[in-house]
Design a protein around this ligand. Structure first.
Ligand code: ACM
Ligand code: ZN
Length: 556
């Protein structure tokens, strides 16, 4: 499917006739995220990448060599063989090097004889490959000149995340893989997979089969933000089998991406309640939600069987997902049912929270702590949305994902708890992208996080001096209430993912939005090569740049 799309894109380019150059030149200056070091000594002969070039992988880098071979073929149409013995010349060497410090850092050295891509680990080599790939032209050509250069970079943050919500709208395995390909292109190393919510349970759990038999299906979906258009009367369903999820984990791991599953609890659980109503405070009946508001119905955490259920689900999640971190949600959990539920109230008394100011908040805190401890006993740690700070329950190994602005991250860092910045005000990609012109965009959640706004964000700007080390990184999140198709999902994610990549990886001292816009067209060409839809509004911004340095080949 992917190969077909690329062949089609290259054929269109050929017929368009505008990129049929025989010899083209790599452009390291266009790479996003920008490498920290880029030196191109004047007067030195370039390396010639053509049919006589080969790739020689060092030990443990066979898969990386295969990626590089595929990328060169896809980008330029040049077939470069992988060889077991290194020739003296015309070779791209992949190496693990103890000279490089930083687990994901890379160096790319290019002279007339060879290209050497090195890293302290295979991940570093992979990012060096990504940089070389992104410097290549998208053009069917017989040779590419790689100017002599020394390129090197190390990421600013260890956690460079992106989230996809597959509950509100389900996306199939092929698209999830394509989304992971997009992450790899942007040097993103964590895929946060929002697998469960009120509107659909999307992961098979063998010991609770009704979660997918019942919870993965809704008979219809609200039309418009508040139901202005009624309901669409179109059933929406889908889930990943355990094997499919494991396949996604393997696919991501090859691309040096950890998959962090999210099982959102104790709120956002109506799909599970529809399947197992005894887990709710009233016993139901419940129905998988067909609207988007926060649901009042949540797990009844006063019952032992609820904790047993959660542990049973997580046991299977741990079998599928090797990630050190498991996201357990914790956001937006209304507590009115708990106030009236005999089980929940009994638990509150038993725990002594009835003598405290906000007993139901403490009850959620206790529940999150129980789950965190359980995962801790299995060698894993939790990530929770910033609401979990409110239950006075956060342990030293827990991680706070700050989504309601930066304040959760600031509070967490102040308590010496690690945090990931994921502010809805900047990094939620379900928001609009053009200020004041939302009528030209598809229906979105509201709010406006422009490309420039994402680019301008600094995850550390609001963190008090000395506490920066508690910020692991940042994440862009694609919620899909209003995003029902793959093209729409890509339109929301691209090119904001490019700005995200830059703030996750590059040195903020080198930030310059106009320069970023000038670098963007080559990445847009790569999006087009893969048939990835991107939000076109940026083309207008690029067009308004001063023409003398204007590099784009884009046609609106
Ligand atoms: C969230 O957006 N409810 C984490
Ligand atoms: Zn209850």
């Amino acid at each position: 499917m992917k190969t077909l799309k690329i062949q089609l894109a290259l054929t269109i380019l050929l017929f368009a006739g505008n990129l049929r150059a025989q010899t083209t030149t790599a452009d390291y200056g266009s790479v996003i995220p920008q490498p920290a070091l880029l030196e191109e000594p004047a007067g030195e002969a370039p390396f010639v990448l053509d049919g006589r070039t080969c790739i020689h992988p060092g030990a443990g880098l066979a898969r990386e060599a295969e990626f590089l071979r595929e990328y060169i073929l896809e980008m330029c149409g040049i077939e470069v063989p992988i060889v077991k013995r290194s020739p003296k010349r015309r070779v791209i060497e992949l190496r693990i090097s103890s000279q490089i410090t930083g687990r994901e850092a890379y160096a790319v050295e290019i002279d007339a004889e060879r290209v050497v891509i090195s890293g302290a680990t295979s991940a570093g080599v992979f990012y060096g490959i990504q940089t070389l790939r992104k410097s290549l032209p998208v053009a069917d050509c017989t040779q590419v000149l790689l100017p002599a250069a020394a390129i090197g970079s190390t990421p600013r943050f260890g956690y460079r995340g992106a989230m996809l919500d597959v509950s509100r709208h389900f996306f199939d395995v092929e698209f999830v893989k394509e989304f992971i390909d997009m992450l790899a292109l942007h040097n993103i190393n964590r895929f946060h997979w929002h697998l469960t919510d009120d509107q659909g349970w999307r992961i098979e759990i063998a010991s609770y089969p009704r979660l997918t038999e019942i919870g993965s299906y809704r008979p219809q979906t609200i039309v418009g933000r508040h139901g202005e258009g009624g309901y669409d009367r179109i059933p929406h369903a889908g889930y990943y089998t355990r094997e499919q999820a494991a396949e996604i984990v393997r696919y991501a791991a090859e691309r040096h991406i950890d998959v962090i599953p999210e099982i959102d609890m104790p709120g956002h659980m109506v799909a599970a309640l529809a399947a197992y109503p005894e887990l709710g405070c009233t016993g139901g009946p419940y129905a998988v939600r067909t609207r988007w508001e926060i649901a009042d119905e949540v797990l009844c955490v006063g019952q032992q069987r609820t904790l047993d259920f959660v542990k049973g689900v997580l046991d299977e999640i741990l079998e599928i997902f090797p990630s050190e971190w498991i996201h357990i949600g914790g956001d937006e959990c209304p507590k009115q049912f708990w106030k009236e539920c005999p089980h929940c109230q009994r638990k509150i008394t038993e725990l002594g929270f009835d003598r405290e100011e906000n007993p139901e908040e403490r009850l959620q805190g206790w529940f999150m702590r129980e789950v965190s401890n359980y995962l801790g006993s299995r060698g894993r740690h939790i990530i929770g949305w910033d609401e979990i700070l409110e239950g006075d329950c956060v342990g030293p190994h827990d991680i706070i994902m700050s989504w309601r602005g930066d304040k959760g991250g600031i509070t967490a860092a102040g308590k010496h708890i690690r945090t990931i910045m994921a502010s809805e005000k900047v990094l939620y990609f379900d928001r609009y992208q053009t200020p004041g012109r939302q009528q030209v965009e598809p229906l979105g959640f509201g709010g406006c996080n422009t490309l420039e706004r994402v680019y301008a964000y600094d995850p550390l700007a609001s963190i008090p001096a000395g506490l920066e080390k508690y910020v692991l990184g940042c994440q862009g999140s694609l919620w899909t209430e209003y995003v029902a198709t793959e093209n729409h999902a890509m339109h929301m994610f691209l090119p904001r993912a490019a700005a995200l990549a830059e703030i996750q990886w590059a040195d903020p001292a080198t930030k310059d939005y106009e320069a970023f816009l000038r670098r963007l067209p080559r990445l847009l060409e790569i999006y087009r090569l893969y048939g990835w839809t991107y939000a076109p509004y940026v083309l207008e911004e690029i067009r308004t740049l001063t023409p003398e340095n204007h590099k784009t080949t884009d046609k609106p």
